[in-house]
Design a protein around this ligand. Structure first.
Ligand SMILES: [Zn+2]
Ligand SMILES: [Zn+2]
Ligand SMILES: [Zn+2]
Ligand SMILES: [Zn+2]
Length: 156
């Protein structure tokens, strides 16, 4: 075998190992039993491997015991999968002077969490004419004091 061939073989072995580490084995996965999700493959590179794979699930449904939880089941083995299903709404700014960070509470179970918005959610007061400039109005955020200016449009 030439040096290059050996290099190529080595690279393939290394690459193959990497593939196996990522779960891409050389061979076909087979289910062991029709009502279970354990699978095995006799990999040409690393030997016998097993895993559990739930292929398809029923659609998400609200858990009858808990309105803030959704469940679904594996269509093959009935394994349960759950995710939370809270309905968070803003309660108000968390800190004075900060219009980005809000306290939220779940409408259903009252669980609280903190939510940080990428854009501030100001609480604007009403527009008022700017005494220092012509045809300009401004409004002030009641929470953080930020000001916003705009032109007063001529009414015809
Ligand atoms: Zn393998
Ligand atoms: Zn399953
Ligand atoms: Zn909830
Ligand atoms: Zn503000």
């Amino acid at each position: 075998m030439s040096f290059l061939d050996r290099l190529a073989k080595g690279a393939e072995r290394l690459l193959g190992k990497g593939q196996c580490a990522l779960g891409f084995h050389k061979g076909e996965w087979d289910y062991l039993r029709p009502d279970r999700c354990e699978q095995e493959v006799n990999c040409a590179r690393c030997g016998l491997q097993t895993r559990v794979k739930h292929e398809s699930y029923t659609s998400w449904e609200e858990d009858a015991q808990d309105a803030c939880r959704e469940i679904r089941h594996c269509e093959r083995c009935a394994e349960e999968d759950a995710r939370s299903n809270h309905d968070f709404v803003d309660q108000g700014p968390k800190r004075p002077g900060d219009c980005r960070t809000f306290t939220q509470a779940c409408r259903k179970c009252r669980e609280k969490k903190e939510k940080r918005y990428s854009k501030p959610k100001h609480r604007w007061g009403s527009w008022q004419a700017n005494p220092g400039a012509t045809n300009e109005m401004f409004r002030v955020c009641n929470h953080c004091g930020e000001k916003e200016f705009d032109a007063i449009k001529e009414s015809k």
